[in-house]
Design a protein around this ligand. Structure first.
Ligand SMILES: Cc1cc2nc3c(=O)[nH]c(=O)nc-3n(C[C@H](O)[C@H](O)[C@H](O)COP(=O)(O)O)c2cc1C
Length: 216
């Protein structure tokens, strides 16, 4: 299972990031690879100026393109998901999430905006082509404890809810593996069928002097 985890909080120590880290850790056993995109670590100017061709943005977009499972974590800001996350989602190509399974994760100050994921984030994920969106996991700040070294760590009730959401993915691990193998075989076949670029005949005028010495 190829996983990409998108961390959408602007904070260095983040509650929503702790949910994401938990999910990534729990999927380790079924992940063939797992990348973390911390949007706050991408160059701000590239995000604000929509520089699709910035090398770090391109790398992040490629990681999303290659993933089968996309975990997206965000804090609730002003009754929606974070602007930092949106600045990255806006750079994704149309249909970037088609064929992928998406699990939204969020934390908020209270349950007041529990539905923000449904009315704000899900339509964006749909617009990006996602059709397999798992039920989101939402936790309030009170359900994420401050930890001395880890920053934050979710309380047992939240851990249980994250694990329940992930179980659906774990149960489908073989299906993901089969489609990963099929995609790899298809790519190998396409690479073999690709016509080799014709080798242009060498122009004697461009030969280095040591090569033409004997020919004069
Ligand atoms: C600018 C700002 C706006 C916020 N707006 C909301 C909100 O509308 N509803 C809510 O429940 N919590 C709101 N919060 C609280 C955060 O969602 C909450 O503390 C969250 O767990 C922070 O996640 P993070 O640590 O991953 O950044 C807001 C916090 C900030 C800093």
């Amino acid at each position: 299972m190829k996983i990409v985890a998108i961390q959408g909080s602007p904070s260095a120590t983040s509650r929503s990031a702790s949910l994401l880290a938990l999910a990534q850790a729990r999927l380790q056993g079924v992940a063939s690879n797992s990348h973390l995109i911390a949007v706050r670590d991408l160059p701000a100017q590239a995000l604000l100026h929509a520089q699709f061709d910035h090398p770090l943005v391109r790398q992040a977009l490629a990681e999303v393109a290659q993933a089968q499972v996309v975990l997206i974590a965000t804090p609730i800001y002003k009754a929606a998901y974070s602007g930092v996350l949106k600045s990255f989602l806006d750079l994704l190509p149309q249909d970037a999430l088609r064929g992928k399974t998406v699990l939204p994760l969020a934390t908020g100050g209270s349950i007041a905006h529990l539905l923000a994921l449904d009315y704000a984030l899900k339509p964006v994920l749909s617009a990006l082509g996602a059709r397999d969106i798992l039920d989101p996991v939402f936790a309030t700040d009170a359900q994420i404890a401050k930890h001395e070294t880890l920053g934050y760590t979710p309380l047992p009730d939240v851990v249980e809810r994250v694990e329940a959401a992930l179980q659906i993915l774990i149960d489908r691990a073989e299906e993901f593996e089969r489609s990963e193998t099929a995609a790899r075989e298809r790519d190998e076949l396409l690479a073999r069928l690709q016509p080799k670029p014709a080798v242009a005949p060498a122009d004697p005028k461009t030969w280095p002097a040591r090569d033409v010495r004997w020919s004069v």
